[in-house]
Write a protein that binds this ligand. Structure first.
Ligand SMILES: Nc1ncnc2c1ncn2[C@@H]1O[C@H](COP(=O)(O)OP(=O)(O)OP(=O)(O)O)[C@@H](O)[C@H]1O
Ligand SMILES: [Mg+2]
Length: 319
Protein backbone atom coordinates (compact mmCIF):
# COMPACT_ATOMS: atom_id res chain seq x y z
CA UNK A 1 0.00 0.00 0.00
CA UNK A 2 1.39 3.40 -0.92
CA UNK A 3 1.62 6.22 1.61
CA UNK A 4 -1.14 8.09 -0.27
CA UNK A 5 -3.46 5.10 -0.24
CA UNK A 6 -2.71 4.52 3.39
CA UNK A 7 -3.35 8.12 4.30
CA UNK A 8 -6.67 8.02 2.39
CA UNK A 9 -7.64 4.87 4.22
CA UNK A 10 -6.84 6.44 7.56
CA UNK A 11 -8.85 9.51 6.66
CA UNK A 12 -11.82 7.41 5.58
CA UNK A 13 -11.75 5.29 8.67
CA UNK A 14 -11.21 7.93 11.21
CA UNK A 15 -12.05 11.49 10.29
CA UNK A 16 -10.92 12.75 13.68
CA UNK A 17 -7.29 13.46 12.88
CA UNK A 18 -6.54 14.22 16.49
CA UNK A 19 -6.97 10.55 17.20
CA UNK A 20 -3.69 9.73 15.54
CA UNK A 21 -0.23 10.68 16.63
CA UNK A 22 1.71 10.13 13.45
CA UNK A 23 -0.16 12.22 10.93
CA UNK A 24 1.37 15.17 9.19
CA UNK A 25 0.03 18.42 10.62
CA UNK A 26 -3.20 19.94 9.39
CA UNK A 27 -1.89 23.35 10.25
CA UNK A 28 1.60 24.29 11.24
CA UNK A 29 2.51 26.68 13.99
CA UNK A 30 4.54 29.71 13.13
CA UNK A 31 6.79 31.31 15.71
CA UNK A 32 5.43 34.70 16.58
CA UNK A 33 6.02 37.40 19.11
CA UNK A 34 3.73 37.40 22.11
CA UNK A 35 3.37 39.31 25.31
CA UNK A 36 6.20 39.58 27.83
CA UNK A 37 8.79 38.47 25.35
CA UNK A 38 7.68 34.86 25.64
CA UNK A 39 8.15 32.68 22.64
CA UNK A 40 4.67 32.22 21.28
CA UNK A 41 3.03 30.46 18.45
CA UNK A 42 -0.14 31.52 16.82
CA UNK A 43 -1.73 28.94 14.65
CA UNK A 44 -1.67 29.78 10.99
CA UNK A 45 -5.10 30.20 9.41
CA UNK A 46 -4.15 28.21 6.34
CA UNK A 47 -2.28 24.94 6.06
CA UNK A 48 1.39 25.35 5.36
CA UNK A 49 3.92 22.59 4.76
CA UNK A 50 5.74 21.33 7.82
CA UNK A 51 9.34 22.36 8.11
CA UNK A 52 11.96 19.72 7.42
CA UNK A 53 14.39 18.90 10.20
CA UNK A 54 17.79 20.47 9.89
CA UNK A 55 20.66 18.01 9.57
CA UNK A 56 22.11 17.19 12.95
CA UNK A 57 18.99 18.20 14.87
CA UNK A 58 16.70 15.52 16.16
CA UNK A 59 14.73 14.41 19.16
CA UNK A 60 16.88 11.31 19.44
CA UNK A 61 15.51 7.83 19.77
CA UNK A 62 15.42 4.86 22.05
CA UNK A 63 16.03 6.05 25.56
CA UNK A 64 13.54 7.85 27.79
CA UNK A 65 13.93 11.58 27.95
CA UNK A 66 12.97 14.38 30.28
CA UNK A 67 10.21 16.64 29.05
CA UNK A 68 10.32 20.14 30.49
CA UNK A 69 7.44 22.58 30.10
CA UNK A 70 8.23 26.14 31.09
CA UNK A 71 5.70 28.93 31.52
CA UNK A 72 3.20 27.27 29.22
CA UNK A 73 0.06 29.32 28.65
CA UNK A 74 -2.73 28.41 26.26
CA UNK A 75 -5.67 30.08 24.59
CA UNK A 76 -8.70 29.06 22.59
CA UNK A 77 -9.38 32.22 20.63
CA UNK A 78 -9.20 35.06 23.13
CA UNK A 79 -9.99 32.80 26.10
CA UNK A 80 -6.95 31.91 28.12
CA UNK A 81 -7.25 28.43 29.62
CA UNK A 82 -3.76 27.80 31.03
CA UNK A 83 -1.58 30.25 32.91
CA UNK A 84 2.20 29.83 32.99
CA UNK A 85 2.39 26.16 33.80
CA UNK A 86 5.87 24.77 34.41
CA UNK A 87 6.57 21.10 34.97
CA UNK A 88 9.50 18.72 34.57
CA UNK A 89 8.43 15.25 33.54
CA UNK A 90 11.45 13.15 34.38
CA UNK A 91 12.83 10.28 32.34
CA UNK A 92 11.86 6.83 33.64
CA UNK A 93 9.08 8.32 35.74
CA UNK A 94 5.33 8.33 35.44
CA UNK A 95 3.90 11.80 35.93
CA UNK A 96 0.17 12.06 36.67
CA UNK A 97 -1.81 15.20 35.86
CA UNK A 98 -4.77 15.54 38.20
CA UNK A 99 -7.43 18.18 38.86
CA UNK A 100 -11.13 18.94 38.42
CA UNK A 101 -12.83 18.85 35.03
CA UNK A 102 -12.09 21.82 32.78
CA UNK A 103 -8.86 22.91 34.49
CA UNK A 104 -6.73 22.32 31.38
CA UNK A 105 -5.11 18.91 31.88
CA UNK A 106 -5.88 17.67 28.37
CA UNK A 107 -4.89 21.00 26.88
CA UNK A 108 -1.56 20.86 28.69
CA UNK A 109 -1.02 17.25 27.59
CA UNK A 110 -1.81 18.08 23.98
CA UNK A 111 0.67 20.95 24.03
CA UNK A 112 3.35 18.42 24.94
CA UNK A 113 3.21 16.85 21.49
CA UNK A 114 1.86 19.74 19.45
CA UNK A 115 -1.68 18.38 19.25
CA UNK A 116 -3.08 21.66 20.58
CA UNK A 117 -2.27 23.34 17.31
CA UNK A 118 -4.67 21.18 15.28
CA UNK A 119 -7.39 23.46 16.64
CA UNK A 120 -7.60 26.49 14.42
CA UNK A 121 -8.04 29.10 17.12
CA UNK A 122 -5.57 27.59 19.54
CA UNK A 123 -2.48 29.43 20.72
CA UNK A 124 0.32 28.47 23.03
CA UNK A 125 3.12 30.39 24.71
CA UNK A 126 6.10 29.22 26.70
CA UNK A 127 8.44 26.40 25.85
CA UNK A 128 8.50 22.62 25.81
CA UNK A 129 11.85 20.86 25.61
CA UNK A 130 12.67 17.21 25.22
CA UNK A 131 16.13 16.70 26.71
CA UNK A 132 16.84 20.32 25.96
CA UNK A 133 15.52 20.36 22.38
CA UNK A 134 12.64 22.78 21.76
CA UNK A 135 9.81 20.67 20.31
CA UNK A 136 8.35 23.83 18.77
CA UNK A 137 11.66 24.68 17.11
CA UNK A 138 11.55 25.50 13.41
CA UNK A 139 14.00 22.72 12.63
CA UNK A 140 11.62 19.96 13.76
CA UNK A 141 8.57 18.77 11.87
CA UNK A 142 5.35 18.11 13.74
CA UNK A 143 5.45 14.50 12.54
CA UNK A 144 8.92 14.08 13.98
CA UNK A 145 7.75 15.45 17.33
CA UNK A 146 4.71 13.17 17.46
CA UNK A 147 6.81 10.14 16.57
CA UNK A 148 8.99 10.74 19.60
CA UNK A 149 6.17 11.89 21.86
CA UNK A 150 3.27 9.52 21.27
CA UNK A 151 -0.26 9.73 22.58
CA UNK A 152 -2.92 7.31 23.75
CA UNK A 153 -6.47 8.61 24.02
CA UNK A 154 -9.37 8.11 26.36
CA UNK A 155 -11.31 6.05 23.85
CA UNK A 156 -9.36 3.21 22.23
CA UNK A 157 -9.09 3.97 18.53
CA UNK A 158 -7.70 1.03 16.54
CA UNK A 159 -8.08 1.44 12.80
CA UNK A 160 -11.23 -0.60 12.13
CA UNK A 161 -10.33 -1.87 8.66
CA UNK A 162 -6.95 -3.17 9.80
CA UNK A 163 -5.97 -6.40 11.46
CA UNK A 164 -4.32 -6.49 14.88
CA UNK A 165 -0.94 -6.89 13.20
CA UNK A 166 -1.54 -4.05 10.74
CA UNK A 167 -2.64 -1.80 13.57
CA UNK A 168 0.65 -2.31 15.39
CA UNK A 169 2.59 -1.50 12.22
CA UNK A 170 0.39 1.44 11.17
CA UNK A 171 2.69 4.14 12.50
CA UNK A 172 5.69 2.73 10.64
CA UNK A 173 3.90 3.06 7.33
CA UNK A 174 2.80 6.61 8.03
CA UNK A 175 6.24 7.70 9.15
CA UNK A 176 8.06 5.83 6.39
CA UNK A 177 10.14 3.94 8.97
CA UNK A 178 11.82 0.79 7.64
CA UNK A 179 11.80 -2.24 9.88
CA UNK A 180 13.73 -5.32 8.87
CA UNK A 181 11.75 -7.78 10.92
CA UNK A 182 8.13 -6.76 11.23
CA UNK A 183 7.01 -10.00 12.86
CA UNK A 184 9.57 -9.52 15.63
CA UNK A 185 8.47 -5.92 16.07
CA UNK A 186 4.80 -6.90 16.30
CA UNK A 187 5.63 -9.51 18.94
CA UNK A 188 7.86 -7.15 20.88
CA UNK A 189 5.32 -4.31 20.98
CA UNK A 190 2.37 -6.52 21.81
CA UNK A 191 4.42 -8.17 24.56
CA UNK A 192 5.43 -4.84 26.02
CA UNK A 193 1.81 -3.72 25.89
CA UNK A 194 0.79 -6.87 27.79
CA UNK A 195 -1.34 -8.22 24.94
CA UNK A 196 0.81 -10.78 23.12
CA UNK A 197 -0.38 -13.97 24.80
CA UNK A 198 -4.01 -12.98 24.28
CA UNK A 199 -3.71 -12.25 20.56
CA UNK A 200 -0.73 -14.20 19.22
CA UNK A 201 -2.99 -16.72 17.50
CA UNK A 202 -5.30 -14.14 15.96
CA UNK A 203 -3.02 -11.44 14.60
CA UNK A 204 -4.91 -11.28 11.32
CA UNK A 205 -8.28 -10.67 12.92
CA UNK A 206 -9.63 -7.12 12.92
CA UNK A 207 -8.50 -4.73 15.63
CA UNK A 208 -12.14 -4.09 16.45
CA UNK A 209 -12.64 -7.77 17.35
CA UNK A 210 -10.86 -7.10 20.64
CA UNK A 211 -12.45 -6.02 23.92
CA UNK A 212 -12.15 -2.38 25.00
CA UNK A 213 -9.25 -3.10 27.33
CA UNK A 214 -7.48 -5.13 24.66
CA UNK A 215 -8.07 -2.37 22.11
CA UNK A 216 -6.47 0.13 24.47
CA UNK A 217 -3.42 -2.11 24.85
CA UNK A 218 -3.34 -2.50 21.07
CA UNK A 219 -3.21 1.30 20.80
CA UNK A 220 -0.35 1.31 23.31
CA UNK A 221 1.45 -1.33 21.18
CA UNK A 222 0.86 0.82 18.08
CA UNK A 223 2.40 3.82 19.84
CA UNK A 224 5.39 1.77 21.00
CA UNK A 225 6.16 0.54 17.47
CA UNK A 226 7.57 3.91 16.39
CA UNK A 227 9.84 3.90 19.45
CA UNK A 228 8.65 7.02 21.24
CA UNK A 229 10.68 8.50 24.05
CA UNK A 230 7.59 9.81 25.79
CA UNK A 231 4.04 8.45 25.91
CA UNK A 232 1.19 10.80 26.78
CA UNK A 233 -2.03 9.18 28.00
CA UNK A 234 -5.29 11.07 28.43
CA UNK A 235 -7.51 9.13 30.83
CA UNK A 236 -6.57 5.85 29.12
CA UNK A 237 -8.64 3.70 31.48
CA UNK A 238 -11.78 5.78 31.88
CA UNK A 239 -13.74 3.59 29.44
CA UNK A 240 -12.44 0.32 30.89
CA UNK A 241 -13.67 -2.09 33.53
CA UNK A 242 -11.61 -2.54 36.72
CA UNK A 243 -9.82 -5.68 35.49
CA UNK A 244 -8.81 -4.13 32.15
CA UNK A 245 -7.81 -1.00 34.05
CA UNK A 246 -5.52 -3.05 36.22
CA UNK A 247 -3.93 -4.71 33.18
CA UNK A 248 -3.33 -1.35 31.50
CA UNK A 249 -1.84 0.00 34.75
CA UNK A 250 0.53 -2.98 34.87
CA UNK A 251 1.47 -2.23 31.27
CA UNK A 252 2.19 1.38 32.20
CA UNK A 253 4.41 0.28 35.08
CA UNK A 254 6.31 -2.12 32.85
CA UNK A 255 6.98 0.29 30.01
CA UNK A 256 7.88 3.13 32.37
CA UNK A 257 11.44 1.79 32.59
CA UNK A 258 11.90 2.53 28.89
CA UNK A 259 9.57 5.44 28.25
CA UNK A 260 8.72 8.65 30.04
CA UNK A 261 4.99 8.59 30.75
CA UNK A 262 2.58 11.43 31.40
CA UNK A 263 -0.95 10.35 32.30
CA UNK A 264 -4.11 12.35 32.95
CA UNK A 265 -6.40 10.64 35.40
CA UNK A 266 -9.47 11.40 37.50
CA UNK A 267 -8.88 8.25 39.47
CA UNK A 268 -6.93 9.15 42.59
CA UNK A 269 -6.18 5.50 43.38
CA UNK A 270 -4.78 5.11 39.90
CA UNK A 271 -2.59 8.19 40.29
CA UNK A 272 -1.18 6.73 43.50
CA UNK A 273 -0.73 3.27 42.00
CA UNK A 274 1.06 4.23 38.81
CA UNK A 275 2.73 7.61 39.21
CA UNK A 276 5.97 8.74 40.76
CA UNK A 277 5.10 12.40 40.62
CA UNK A 278 1.90 14.37 40.28
CA UNK A 279 0.84 17.84 39.20
CA UNK A 280 -2.41 19.29 40.53
CA UNK A 281 -4.17 21.63 38.10
CA UNK A 282 -6.92 23.99 39.21
CA UNK A 283 -9.11 26.81 37.96
CA UNK A 284 -9.03 28.94 41.08
CA UNK A 285 -12.17 30.89 40.28
CA UNK A 286 -14.68 31.01 37.49
CA UNK A 287 -13.31 32.56 34.32
CA UNK A 288 -9.61 32.48 35.18
CA UNK A 289 -7.17 30.14 33.43
CA UNK A 290 -6.07 26.84 34.95
CA UNK A 291 -2.78 26.73 36.85
CA UNK A 292 -0.56 24.12 38.40
CA UNK A 293 -1.16 24.67 42.09
CA UNK A 294 1.34 22.10 43.23
CA UNK A 295 3.61 19.44 41.75
CA UNK A 296 5.92 16.94 43.38
CA UNK A 297 6.37 13.35 44.48
CA UNK A 298 3.07 11.48 44.47
CA UNK A 299 3.49 10.36 48.10
CA UNK A 300 4.04 13.94 49.15
CA UNK A 301 1.07 15.28 47.20
CA UNK A 302 -1.29 12.71 48.60
CA UNK A 303 -0.04 12.66 52.19
CA UNK A 304 1.45 16.04 52.98
CA UNK A 305 0.56 18.49 50.23
CA UNK A 306 1.73 22.06 50.64
CA UNK A 307 -1.56 23.57 49.52
CA UNK A 308 -4.83 22.91 51.32
CA UNK A 309 -6.71 22.85 48.00
CA UNK A 310 -4.57 19.90 46.91
CA UNK A 311 -5.48 18.09 50.12
CA UNK A 312 -9.16 18.87 49.62
CA UNK A 313 -9.02 17.52 46.05
CA UNK A 314 -7.06 14.34 46.69
CA UNK A 315 -9.25 13.47 49.65
CA UNK A 316 -12.38 13.93 47.54
CA UNK A 317 -13.67 17.02 49.31
CA UNK A 318 -14.13 18.86 46.02
CA UNK A 319 -13.84 18.36 42.27
N1 LIG B 1 -11.55 22.82 21.26
C1 LIG B 1 -11.80 23.72 22.21
N2 LIG B 1 -12.29 24.94 21.89
C2 LIG B 1 -12.55 25.86 22.86
N3 LIG B 1 -12.35 25.65 24.18
C3 LIG B 1 -11.86 24.46 24.54
C4 LIG B 1 -11.56 23.42 23.58
N4 LIG B 1 -11.08 22.35 24.25
C5 LIG B 1 -11.09 22.69 25.56
N5 LIG B 1 -11.55 23.95 25.73
C6 LIG B 1 -11.69 24.65 27.02
O1 LIG B 1 -10.43 24.69 27.65
C7 LIG B 1 -10.56 24.48 29.06
C8 LIG B 1 -9.69 23.32 29.46
O2 LIG B 1 -10.21 22.13 28.86
P1 LIG B 1 -9.49 20.72 28.99
O3 LIG B 1 -10.19 19.80 28.07
O4 LIG B 1 -8.04 20.90 28.81
O5 LIG B 1 -9.80 20.37 30.52
P2 LIG B 1 -9.56 19.02 31.31
O6 LIG B 1 -8.87 19.40 32.58
O7 LIG B 1 -8.90 18.03 30.44
O8 LIG B 1 -11.05 18.56 31.65
P3 LIG B 1 -11.64 17.08 31.80
O9 LIG B 1 -11.14 16.56 33.11
O10 LIG B 1 -13.13 17.30 31.82
O11 LIG B 1 -11.20 16.26 30.62
C9 LIG B 1 -12.04 24.26 29.32
O12 LIG B 1 -12.60 25.46 29.78
C10 LIG B 1 -12.59 23.90 27.96
O13 LIG B 1 -13.92 24.33 27.85
MG1 LIG C 1 -9.47 16.17 29.66
Amino acid sequence: MSFDQFEREVATQDPSLEDWNGLPPIVAAEPDSWSSGLIAREIAKVPVPSTQPMPGTSLGSGSPATLAATDVSAWFGSRKVLQRCSLRMEARQVTALIGPSGCGKSTFLRILNRMHEVIRVAKVAGSVELDGVDIYGRELSVTQVRMRIGMVFQKPNPFPAMSIRENVLAGLKLSGTKSTDRDALVEECLTRAGLWTEVKDRLNEGGMSLSGGQQQRLCIARSLAVRPRVLLMDEPCSALDPISTRVVEETIQQIADDITIVIVTHNMQQAQRVSHQCAFFLVEEQGVPGRIVEAGATDHLFNQPSDERTLAYVTGRFG
